[in-house]
Write a protein that binds this ligand. Structure first.
Ligand code: GLA
Length: 640
């Protein structure tokens, strides 16, 4: 093909340079049109994560220094204290379990000094005895690997104690070139149910890395640049993680497995992690510090439209029990837990439970907060009010109630006003609140003032008359929406994420920039820049904000009518570029607006959606529009 093109260009008398240029254009990937309606739900549905995974992981408690005794001690407490019955069923080994990759057959060997039950009679090692034991206790078993040849511990661990041992090849314990072999071993032979796949191996072993230069590890040209998504080979990274997904499906015929992607928000994983895995990290590592918790929380809080049953945002594991969240800081611990619960984060305990107090176990076992997180409808909370000081988050629950968090981020007490509008409830009807920490019940109409102490998070379940009595706003049901194409042309880091001091560098160097390339992503009830939605000077408190040249998929649960007020957001820089708004039902065009210009004010769009399973909302504009053309699906709603 390329050959014929070159011959054709030569016949036209084009220079070699021009020919090369045209041929590289011709070589550009020409995948399917991302705006073409498919009638399909394209987010991941493989594996097992109908609600956010819950469990316990070794990392925050023990880092590399893990062993069987430590694991089983916490496991016993999880079972005896009732935490397992409350939902904490995944017991996940993190970095530190491996000894080496045997040569020449490449079989992974477990550190049996640390995991004695792994030493089998035939001189091999196997985790089957451990996973059998966990399964017999009603638990699931999780393992950890890296997508590259080498691991995070090998890149960043302080020393080589409890790192893989042996020759260079024996120390290459990551999945690279061994994906299918390792996945078959971990799932079919050893019986694991869950895997976390980290990414340091394709990020930290470039030629200049000190441990590559001194010959400890082999070079692997990095695919990820943590600080420049523009220098990251997104397609290659996605390709490798996709290979793992296919291997997992092959080696788990019953579909009972969970796939955790750990790319810390790099490689624009926001846009595709949900299509590949069951949970995907949105940020670099959490630490036991309040500011770091804020950083991690911020990478998830405005991403409700990027999470749905089967594919959750993961702001990293819980640090309750340590540092700023220890037994002397129960206000902070409760905030951390309540916030993770309401944004549908996985609830993975990272604490040596032998040290847990009764109060800490009671916090982790709070059934009302867990119920918020595990609500079967799977809608991540949406920010109803955002500031650097106070945030109000509202989560639609399966029975129509709303979960509410009022979060004071700062060190000053604050009076926060919760309104019926925040809850999308009728202001003239009573709203019943039950306090999820104290059990106290109250009722209010219109609005209610709450005193919120420094770092405190008030949590409620609210019941009232819906403002939209005969349907739902799409922004209330983010778990039923999948952002199939978000219109971002050049992914860039989100500047609104709290920048904290990292424990690993402290204030050495210039400071860390959170690498989450989420800027401009679609949002519920706000613009892609976290601002209120606004068309022709009027604010729309309800709707979906998204960039032009985007496609959203939405599940229709038996509604008959769709309507919205659509237009260009006032924040648009490309003011001369009209957009058209189209609604598809199961892949068929069912309604389309005329071309709408900036400042024109909203245009109404209506569609009959009776019998439609998947709606698609497609906004098109000419040329490359990127961050320059935010649009509004104002009051987008599904009606009976
Ligand atoms: C990375 C991950 C952590 C943990 C460590 C283990 O930093 O983000 O969650 O798994 O590796 O080395």
């Amino acid at each position: 093909m390329r050959h014929r093109l070159m011959a054709f260009l030569a016949a036209l008398g084009l220079t070699a340079a021009a020919a090369a240029c045209v041929s590289s254009l011709a070589a550009r990937p020409s995948g399917p049109d991302p705006l073409a309606a498919t009638g399909q739900w394209s987010a991941n549905q493989a594996g097992q994560a109908p609600t956010p995974p819950m469990g316990w992981n070794t990392w925050n408690a023990f880092y590399y220094n893990i062993d069987e005794q430590k694991v089983m001690a916490s496991v016993q407490i999880i079972v005896d204290s009732g935490l397992a019955a409350a939902g904490y069923r995944n017991v996940n080994l993190d970095d530190g379990w491996w000894l080496r990759r045997r040569q020449p057959d490449g079989r992974m060997i477990i550190n049996a000094q640390r995991f004695p039950s792994a030493a089998t009679a035939d001189g091999e090692t196997s985790f089957r005895p451990l996973t059998d034991r966990l399964h017999a206790m009603g638990l699931r078993a999780g393992i950890y690997s890296d997508i590259g040849r080498n691991t995070c511990g090998q890149a960043y661990g302080p020393d080589t104690s409890n790192q893989p041992q042996g020759s260079m090849g024996e120390r290459e314990v990551g999945l690279y070139d061994h994906i299918d072999q390792d996945i078959a071993l971990y799932f079919e032979e050893w019986g694991f149910d869950y895997i976390k796949v980290d990414g340091c191996g394709i990020r930290a072993f470039g030629a200049a890395a000190p441990r590559v230069r001194n010959g400890t590890y082999r070079e692997l040209a990095p695919l990820i640049d943590m600080h420049a998504v523009s220098r990251t080979d997104i397609a290659a990274v996605r390709g490798l993680f996709g290979e793992v997904a296919r291997s997992l499906a092959r080696h788990n015929r019953d579909g009972d497995y969970t796939y955790s992607i750990c790319l810390w928000g790099s490689a624009n994983v926001r846009a595709w992690g949900k299509d590949v895995g069951n949970l995907s990290r949105t940020s670099d590592d959490i630490s036991a510090s309040w500011p770091r918790m804020l950083t991690n929380f911020d990478t998830t809080v405005t991403r409700a439209l990027y999470a749905q049953p089967g594919a959750w945002n993961d702001p990293d594991m819980l640090f309750i029990g340590s540092g700023d969240f220890d037994a002397d800081h129960m206000v902070e611990a409760r905030s951390h837990f309540g916030l993770w619960a309401i944004v549908n984060a996985p609830l993975l305990i990272g604490f040596d439970l032998r040290r847990a107090t009764g109060e800490q176990l009671a916090l982790l076992g709070n059934r009302d907060i867990i119920a918020l997180n595990q609500d079967p409808a799977g809608h991540q909370a949406v920010p109803a009010y955002l500031s650097e000081d106070v945030q109000i988050l509202v989560k639609t629950l399966a029975d129509g109630d709303k979960g509410v968090a009022i979060f004071n981020r700062g060190m000053a007490p604050i009076e926060a006003v919760l309104t019926a509008a925040h809850l999308k409830m009728d202001p003239s009807a009573p709203i019943a609140l039950s306090d999820l920490w104290t059990g106290a019940r109250t009722t209010f109409e219109k609005e209610r003032v709450f005193a919120v102490a420094p770092r405190q998070t008030l949590m409620f379940r609210a019941r009232g008359a819906r403002a939209l009595a005969n349907g739902v706003y799409l922004s209330e049901v983010p778990g039923d929406i999948n952002v199939a194409a978000d219109g971002i042309v050049a992914p860039t880091a989100d500047p609104t994420i709290h920048r904290s001091v990292t424990p690993w560098t402290r204030t050495r160097g210039p400071g860390e920039m959170p690498s989450y390339a989420g800027w401009g992503g679609a949002q519920a009830d706000r613009s892609p820049f976290s601002e209120p939605l606004r068309m022709a000077g009027r604010i729309h408190e309800i709707g979906i904000g998204v960039l032009a040249n985007s496609r959203l998929e939405a599940r229709n649960r038996g509604f008959r009518h769709f309507s919205a007020s659509v237009g260009i957001d006032d924040a648009a820089a490309l003011r001369d570029r009209p957009a058209t708004f189209a609604v598809y039902g199961d892949g068929r065009l069912i309604a389309q607006s005329r071309a709408v210009r900036a400042d024109e004010g909203p245009v109404e769009i209506e569609a009959d959606i009776e019998g439609v399973a998947i709606l698609e909302l497609v906004t098109r504009a000419a040329g490359e529009t990127g961050l320059g053309l935010p649009v509004v699906w104002g009051e987008a709603r599904l009606l009976r």
